[in-house]
Design a protein around this ligand. Structure first.
Ligand SMILES: [Mg+2]
Length: 250
């Protein structure tokens, strides 16, 4: 962690740009709905998308639908700290785990649940829960079935609740979101560049530094990021410069 850093390096065409929203693309506001997005932002972001082959994503704690509305342009992105992912502007929003892994557990548990109406299998986006509250004497069977099914998956966490066994995505944070997006086009094979201002962005900085990417902290405060931009205003100026350089060399 350090309190300063160099200005960001010159833009490269092979970058994959990941951008936090609040405190990075916009000034923080007294309430989340009160943020004001720079009028030039849709044009700047569209220019960046163009210059980087579509590899520009917003990575935020806000839902993607809200970011789309606030930004005035639809970007690839990760919403709700990575619980929502969208690889391309025209792609569906989905959770950050293999749907197939959830489906596999669902199929494995189906016979158990079908044989006892007191057991409830609850599916939700990217997660699944087996409730045995009404059949507590079957806990060991439920546990054995869930553990066997879970063992065949990856990227999930098994959580032992009160009369419920739940699988959820493991380690969902901005770092995991960036890693997930980097596995697929148009991000795969590009050098990650991540800019953020807050504590939750540090997970992203950690992942991007490990990949020898570019990490940019906006504003004051200790950070793992290598580079530093003093303010949102200065960062927007830098983004405009990046968009302009990329369009000149394209
Ligand atoms: Mg922020």
């Amino acid at each position: 962690m350090k309190d300063d850093g160099l200005p960001p390096p010159a833009p490269q065409r092979d970058w994959a740009l990941f951008l936090d929203f609040d405190g990075t693309l916009t000034e923080l506001a007294p309430s989340p709905d009160a943020v004001v997005v720079d009028a030039a932002m849709p044009r700047v972001l569209a220019g960046l998308l163009d210059g980087l082959g579509g590899a520009v994503a917003v990575v935020s704690g806000r839902p993607l639908a809200e970011l789309d509305r606030l930004l005035g342009v639809v970007l690839p992105g990760a919403g709700v700290h990575g619980l929502e992912l969208r690889e391309r502007p025209d792609a569906d929003v989905h959770p950050p785990v293999e749907e197939e892994d959830i489906a596999l557990i669902e199929r494995a548990l189906a016979p158990l649940v079908a044989g006892d109406p007191r057991l409830i299998l609850e599916t939700k986006p990217g997660a699944l829960a087996l409730h045995y509250r009404r059949a507590p004497e079957r806990e060991m069977e439920c546990r054995a079935a869930m553990e066997a099914a879970f063992a065949a998956t990856s990227g999930l966490n098994l959580i032992d609740g009160k009369m419920v066994l739940e699988v959820k995505p493991d380690h969902v944070n901005k770092g995991f979101a960036i890693e997930s997006l980097l596995k697929v086009p148009p991000f795969a094979g590009r050098l990650p560049v991540f800019a953020g201002d807050d504590r939750t962005d540090e997970d992203g900085f950690e992942v991007v530094r490990a990949l020898k990417g570019v990490t940019i902290k906006i504003g004051p405060g200790a950070s793992r990021a290598e580079y530093r931009v003093a303010s949102v205003e200065a960062f927007i100026d830098w983004l405009k410069e990046v968009a302009s350089v990329l369009s000149d060399t394209g």
